[in-house]
Structures are given as C-alpha cells and as structure tokens.
Design a protein around this ligand. Structure first.
Ligand SMILES: [Zn+2]
Length: 116
C-alpha cells in the first residue's frame, strides 16, 4: 500500500472548489463536504492505486451527492433555458480519466471538471 500522491488530491480539491465557486456555492458546508470527500477518496486510492485517474470525478460526485441531500442540486445546467431546472453530471460515471460535466437532459458536454 503506497502513499497517494498529494498533488492528485490537491488537484481534485482545487477543481471541485473552482466549480463550487463558479456557482457561488463555496460555502463552509460545501467546503467541509469537499474535505470529507477528499479524505475518503485518498483512502480509496491508497487501496487501489490504478484508480487514481478517477479520483477527481469521484470527489465531484461525492460533493454533488451531499449537496443534493442537504441543500440543492449542484451544478445546475444553465444552457437549456426552455427546460425545468436540472443538473449536470460527471461523465464518465466512473469519474475519469477525463471528467466532464454533462447536461442530464441533452447529454451534451458543458465543461471540463474545474472549468464551469
Ligand atoms: Zn441542460
């Protein structure tokens, strides 16, 4: 069991934080959910080092789940003006290796993770 590269977790953290901030949701509760997700996924990647490429997307999904249960959908799709409120999802569902936000209604890519 090797130590997981710190840069990997820092990168995942900063990408998700940027997307929270992009939607004005970088609140203490959301950041705390992000910290929890990072420590869970650090443990996870230590058990399965080949899973490193999935970490950033998985952290985003973890935070998304917590926010959905406690606050609201994040991130909302801002592209489909004619449709009821809906969210973006990480594609691929596994979390990587190149996580992008995809509209749940149209299936179109909206932004890379960290670029909302
Ligand atoms: Zn949409």
């Amino acid at each position: 069991m090797g130590a997981v590269d710190n840069a990997l977790l820092l990168s995942a953290r900063s990408r998700v934080l940027a997307d929270l901030a992009a939607r004005r949701l970088a609140t203490p509760a959301a950041v705390s959910a992000l910290e929890d997700a990072c420590s869970t996924r650090r443990w996870w990647a230590e058990q399965w080092p080949e899973g490193e490429v999935y970490v950033a997307g998985l952290v985003a999904q973890d935070v998304q789940d917590v926010l959905f249960e406690t606050l609201r959908r994040w991130p909302l799709c801002l592209r489909c003006e004619d449709l009821p409120e809906h969210a973006l999802f990480i594609h691929p569902d596994l979390g990587g290796p190149h996580p992008v936000w995809v509209c749940e209604e149209t299936g179109q890519s909206v932004a890379d993770l960290g670029r909302l």
